[in-house]
Write a protein that binds this ligand. Sequence first.
Ligand code: RIB
Length: 344
Amino acid sequence: MQENKKKKITIKDIAREAGVSPAAVSLILNKKPCRITEEKKQLVREVARRENYIVNLAAKSLATRKSEMLALILPDIENTFFSSLAKQIENRCRQEGYSLIIASSDDRRENDKKFLRVLEARGVDGIFLILSNELLGNRQELKKELSLLTMPYIMIDRTFSGTDCGRVSFDHEQGGYLATKYLLEQGHTKIGCVYRDDKAGSGKNRLDGYLRALREFDIPVLEKYLAKGDYRMESGYLAAKTLLETDATAAFVCNDMMTLGFLRRLHEEHKQVPRDYSIVSYDDSLQNYLFGIELTTIVQDIKVLAKEACQLMFGRLRKESAEKKEVILPPKLKVRNSVWKWGL
Ligand code: RIB
């Protein structure tokens, strides 16, 4: 038997029953200030609760032109650096009364582009962007996609100048330099580098830092010590296989996911860290998961990164003056116990 479907109650129905205008009902249910007696406000809330009325967010955003919804596009949700950063950003958005949509592009430019169009169509109030290296490497295409956006967007972590958006990242070149300089100071001269060959992103910058440190110590750059990865675990494993065929005594691995793969290969070859092989990693996201290995690493303070990104975003949403354009943060070397003093 066809159940009598109850007519969906509207703002007008509530207004009629409470004896106020529909606009007043909308303001009351959206907790906006309005000149209505507290008694009437209470009556409106009771009628809405009794009728299980849910504010129609789409209608609300049309009326207020605000969705109170932000979005974060990131390259790989399985990467603990990005998932931790997403959590920090979401916490801050919630404190500001915003929800956060999180989309993982799997480091694919087509997914970046699809998300940007969907989010534009959905009318989110702003977008936090950690771009895929594919799209970052296609500047013209990227600029065209960004030019279609009508809301504020903030680039995080993987940035480039030439756009009028806010940008915040750690200094990746300095991070690569600190990691390599430390290995050199511990006496290593045959140092591998497992880096992401992204031409324009964090991977290239970290490699540049490695090269700068070698130059400073007058150590020649040998191709055999350079191993390309893609920031994922498997590429770190394969890079370790390559480097273990050389006489390298240490490696600077440009992110923690690749370091996990690298460590798996060392384990298979019964090599101990740091006794048989020294490593400096990047991201400091593994400390709670590794047993028996105290990784020396480059720290990018995720809480600071999230705080700066949210300050840039909410500064734009509130149209505060003196909008900061770019924030470059200093990475830090965290020395633990994964580097052997070589020949010292
Ligand atoms: O682990 C992923 C890496 O890519 C991080 O170091 C972050 O900086 C991003 O660029």
